[in-house]
Design a protein around this ligand. Structure first.
Ligand code: GUN
Length: 284
């Protein structure tokens, strides 16, 4: 039976460290500020945004929410972003995705000042990650790396397989494992012999978006299995990995819920703290 990686515990530790550092910044007159923009009334987005605001309050940040109607125009949204880009009290700007279909996410993300892009989604920050010289990391892959580090797991020299090639998770995840000297394969919907490739993995990261996609026959004995999936199956939250069977073969495994999920907000807090330090010329 695998060791279950406790994302709640590690996330609490990250947030506690952020809170401690925030208290020190506040003594110097600096309060990190995060602005969260939500357009429309997607219920999942509403829950995420509420959680982000609560996390800000818990670590001592200032936060603001811009709840805009579903028929908001590009001009209206870009006007808010431009205003927030100029505000010295706002260190991080996060536009909750997905946006309503008539809005161009690429243009919106690119409009956020790259020093305030605490999601690390903008082309500038993505490029910086690619060359290994970055200020911010996208919250989900950064959360995975934090979990691995907490459990003393390094990708150095290991075979790492990432299933999924999204800009937000799969691609940056592969890059972070590569930066740690892992030998990385990124698989996707057109990959041939997927099961065989997965079976070669010492570290297997599933970011597919399909419930119970990874089965025990796809996992090597003793592999570290990280489940980034957040799927609803019969109303219940479940991951991309068939937990009951895979946990019998893996050495470490993340549960869903309680694995990678709780880490993402912790990493957002870390990025916002970093942005505040950058804006005020404070060494990390
Ligand atoms: N929607 C789902 N996850 C995220 C995230 O990490 N950032 C933003 N901006 N939107 C999301």
């Amino acid at each position: 039976m695998a060791t279950i990686i406790d994302g709640k515990l590690v996330s609490a530790k990250v947030r506690q460290e952020v809170a401690q550092q925030t208290a020190v910044l506040k003594e110097r007159g600096v309060t990190p500020g995060l602005a969260v923009i939500i357009v429309g009334d997607d219920p999942a987005s509403r829950v995420y945004v509420n959680n982000k605001k609560k996390a800000c309050a818990d670590v001592g940040f200032y936060s603001e929410e811009y709840a805009m109607p579903a028929d908001t125009t590009m001009d209206q949204l870009l006007e808010v972003i431009d205003m927030l880009n100029e505000r010295p009290d706002i260190d991080g700007i996060l536009c909750q995705l997905p946006l309503p279909k008539h809005l161009d996410e690429k243009v919106v993300i690119d409009r956020i000042d790259s020093t305030k892009d605490v999601d690390a989604f903008s082309p500038v920050n993505v490029g910086k990650i690619m060359i290994g010289d970055y200020d911010f990391l996208p919250c989900t892959p950064a959360g995975v790396m934090e979990l691995l580090a907490h459990y003393g797991i390094s990708a150095e020299g290991k075979r790492c397989v990432v299933i999924g090639r999204s800009n937000i998770v799969g691609k940056p995840m592969g890059m972070l494992l590569l930066h740690q000297n892992g030998t990385v394969t990124i698989c996707h919907s057109r990959t041939k012999e997927l099961a065989e490739i997965c079976r070669s993995a010492d570290i297997l990261v599933a970011a597919v978006g399909r419930a119970n996609f990874v089965t025990a026959d796809m996992v090597k004995d003793g592999a570290v299995v990280i489940d980034v999936g957040m799927n609803r199956l019969n109303g219940k939250l479940c991951g991309d990995v068939q937990f009951d069977t895979v946990s019998q073969k893996a050495s470490y495994i993340t549960p869903v819920p309680g694995g990678v999920g709780p880490m993402t907000i912790g990493m957002l807090m870390k990025n916002t703290l970093k942005a505040a330090k950058l804006h005020h010329g404070i060494e990390d």
